[in-house]
Design a protein around this ligand. Structure first.
Ligand code: CS2
Ligand code: MN
Length: 394
């Protein structure tokens, strides 16, 4: 496994020399400052790669090479957007970056309703609360379509939360839902979000899948030519939100994606935290079933409530059996090495982390603190090393 760390470049308050002390050797990075749909130039990639190399790291994975909303919506003529995307791929490959993580979530990337939920022993975590999300969708946005996504009981609690909330509570909820990644993409207020959602009117699951297939047809042959691998990141949370369909949420979705274009370049980012938020997803079993297609691993854990809410647990402590999952990854790496396959080692990163100790005084991106992720990485490293030894020596 290649131990990696997501670094947000100029947007990050955590420096490369600090990351070096965590023991990670690979950097996961994107040119976050480039507006979605524009080309990542070779010069800009080379400069960033040089900066990363100078600090002693390899730029191991490009995450994400973002997909413009027009491609997801399937708006009219997309030839320029596809050509730009392929140009960015070629520029990455020319600079030795051959693993591309992306996602196909309409409109919003990962979504939480609370960025600082307290932990029992101190520190904070990210939380997704069903009633708050329902309050946002149904009462703040006025999305009647979203009502079907919630139980009667959750809708009741959502109505009560909304009635009792003040302006500041609603602002904080909007802020939590809209935060996510840094960079040059649209961020919305309520009115803006309503407008953006209208542009998705009429786009159901089947249409979104067709648009996704069209994207894969446009880029996977190029990835093959360039010797690159693509790995789709699952939806987070893995279910429809804002009344929009999500199509990368479970084993059936993954099977559909991998068979939509059958190629070794069409692969998967196994994100245990994203998939693990759906009680129907058995993450180690999913990893086992699709092991050959896993090109990147995001390792983190979640603890679920019966109503569908969840919070991010310590890396080894949530509902997902991380030891079982890492065992699958370690076995798959051994198989690839044995078969002399390229991309034998799987890059991993401790996906999110808790805000712990000095993280609490530091301004970092939600989910991406230094100490909390370092704790996660250290725990995962211990499990991995032990299982690697068992794999080799029995
Ligand atoms: C994150 C991803 O929530 C998560 O699990 O790792 O959302 C990530 O930020 C991108 O969506 C990957 O393309
Ligand atoms: Mn992830």
């Amino acid at each position: 496994m290649i131990e990696c760390w997501r670094w947000y470049g100029a947007y990050d308050t955590i420096s490369l020399p600090e990351i070096a002390q965590t023991g990670a050797t690979g950097i996961v990075h994107a040119l976050h400052e480039v507006p979605y749909g524009e080309v990542w130039t070779s010069d800009a990639i080379a400069a960033r790669r040089g900066e990363i190399a100078k600090a002693g790291f390899d730029w191991t994975v490009a995450e994400s090479l973002p997909i413009h909303e027009s491609i997801k919506r399937g708006d009219g003529n997309l030839s320029t957007l596809f050509a730009n995307y392929r140009q960015s791929m070629a520029n990455l490959a020319a600079n030795g970056i051959r693993t591309i993580c992306y996602n196909f979530m309409p409109l919003l990337d990962w979504t939480r309703t609370d960025l600082t939920a307290p932990l029992a022993r101190g520190g904070t975590c990210l939380r997704f609360d069903q009633a708050r999300m329902a309050a946002f969708e149904i009462h703040m946005l006025g999305r009647a379509r979203a009502e079907d996504d919630y139980s009667h009981e959750v809708r009741n609690r959502a109505a009560i939360w909304f009635q009792q909330s003040n302006e500041a509570d609603r602002e904080a909820l909007l802020h939590a839902i809209m935060s996510g990644l840094p960079g040059a993409f649209d961020r919305y207020d309520i009115a803006g979000l309503r407008g953006a959602l209208e542009r998705y009117d009429g786009i159901d699951r089947a249409t979104l899948r067709a648009n996704y297939k069209r994207f894969l047809d446009e880029v996977i042959p190029t990835a093959e030519e360039l010797g690159m691998v693509f790995c789709v990141h699952p939806d987070d949370p893995p279910r429809d939100i804002l009344g929009l369909p999500r199509i990368v949420s479970d084993a059936d979705d993954i099977a559909w994606i991998l068979s939509a274009v059958d190629s070794p370049a069409n692969g998967l980012t196994l994100c245990s935290g994203s998939l693990g938020a759906n009680p129907a997803n058995d993450v180690p079993a999913i990893a086992k079933r699709f092991a050959k297609s896993i090109r990147f691993a995001h390792l983190r854990n979640v603890r679920k409530d019966p109503d569908g809410s969840f919070e991010e647990a310590a890396h080894l402590d949530g509902d997902t059996d991380m030891v079982a999952l890492i065992r699958v990854l370690v076995a798959e790496e051994a198989r690839r090495q044995e078969a002399n396959e390229s991309f034998a080692q799987i890059p991993m990163r401790p996906d999110h982390g808790h805000d712990l100790l000095s993280d609490l005084e530091r301004d970092n991106f939600p989910g991406y603190p230094l100490i909390g992720r370092m704790r996660g990485l250290a725990e995962l490293r211990g499990v991995t090393r032990a299982l690697q030894q068992v794999q080799t020596h029995g």
